[in-house]
Write a protein that binds this ligand. Structure first.
Ligand code: NDP
Length: 318
């Protein structure tokens, strides 16, 4: 594994991190979830990314992680970077989502209890809240750090201007704001349009989520939708209708380039997201141990020629 500094902070993150959004919930076989976590850690993946609502049911991925932490990973807390988030709907009523102080503080307390932790390493506001003053949300993040419940804070899916404002407020408060978590992959390039520049200006790191477009940018869907794939499962956030013939045609062409590089398509897709100096880490999802190994293998070859990048742009723009 290689590690990169997260913005201008003291924290180093692994170039590949493991996310527990899918395949670590109460509906998933515990043994497989545990084995993926342990395999990742054995490969040097020191960062595990969670959120209050990962499951299903909500909260169960944190319980799964807490179970592994209290057994197999007992004694390794100081070798781990554990993050969680609040922002999306977690419990009924007006205090179970968005960005109020009331919600964020209660949610993190619940997350800590589920994972059996005293603190998380990174706590994120999961999505911008158009109704709550940003001052309130940022002050809640500050209070969380001062109360010893998180070491660092981050934001997810904030646009460039929102990130700049958050950075200013947190700097005034003296809060260790070190990271932004946006979606980024070959099919969704919005961060190239200003956010990456802002991230650099603010001096924070960037961990990109869904670098494989939830599995579309792999060999998973080249011959239909397998029953054991995310799009094939009833609770997956990727639906069969997202696997369009247009996307599959592009994926086939991208797969040819990856083969020419001696990589799997998943490996090339991960390497492609890591090519920006601002991108500290790519947080992947996995459904089996072999996918953890495949992702880590991407680090063996991260370079791209100008011709390869141009060809990828052509395929994506067609
Ligand atoms: P990816 O884009 O990495 O997709 C993961 C899926 O791709 C896997 O479940 C698997 O699908 C397939 N896959 C992975 N590796 C391979 C491989 N080597 N070969 C073939 N198929 C492969 O990421 P996710 O969408 O899962 O997101 C990753 C993490 O990002 C989440 O767990 C979460 O931590 C974070 N996230 C954050 C969000 C936010 O709002 N901040 C939103 C969404 C995600 P299959 O199951 O079909 O095998």
């Amino acid at each position: 594994m290689s590690y990169q500094r997260c913005g201008r902070s003291g924290l180093l993150l692994p170039r590949i991190s493991l996310g527990l959004w899918h395949n670590f919930g109460g509906v998933d076989p515990f043994d497989v979830s545990r084995d993926m976590i342990l395999r990742a850690f054995d490969q040097g993946v020191t960062h595990f990314d969670l959120a209050n609502n990962y499951g299903p049911p909500f909260g169960s991925a944190e319980q799964t992680f807490g179970r592994v932490l209290s057994h197999e990973l007992r004694g390794y807390r100081d070798e781990l970077i554990i993050s969680t988030k609040a922002g999306w709907r977690m419990w009924p009523g007006p205090y179970g989502e968005w960005g109020s102080r009331k919600y964020l503080i209660a949610s993190l307390d619940q997350s800590l209890e589920r994972m059996g932790l005293e603190y998380v390493d990174i706590f994120y506001h999961h999505r911008p809240d158009p109704e709550t003053p940003l001052e309130e949300t940022m002050a809640a993040l500050d209070q969380i750090v001062r109360g010893g419940k998180a070491l660092y804070v981050g934001v997810s899916s904030y646009k460039a201007e929102e990130t700049r404002r958050a950075g200013k407020l947190l700097k005034e408060l003296g809060t260790p704001f070190i990271i932004h978590q946006p979606r980024y992959n070959m099919f969704d390039r919005w961060i190239e349009d200003g956010l990456l520049d802002t991230i650099e200006d603010v001096g924070i790191g960037c961990i990109v989520f869904s670098p494989l477009a939830q599995g579309l940018l792999t060999n998973r869907y080249l011959s239909g939708v397998p029953a054991d794939s995310r799009a094939g499962k009833p609770h997956g956030m990727l639906r069969p209708e997202h696997v369009t013939s247009d996307k599959v045609a592009k994926v086939r062409q991208l797969d040819d380039i990856a083969r020419g590089r001696g990589q799997t398509l998943a490996q090339m897709a991960i390497a492609w997201t890591l090519r920006h100096p601002q991108v500290t880490s790519a947080v992947i999802g996995t459904s089996r141990v072999a996918q953890v190994d495949d992702a880590v293998g991407a680090l063996a070859y991260l370079g791209f020629s100008g011709a390869e990048l141009r060809r990828i742009d052509e395929i994506l723009a067609a």
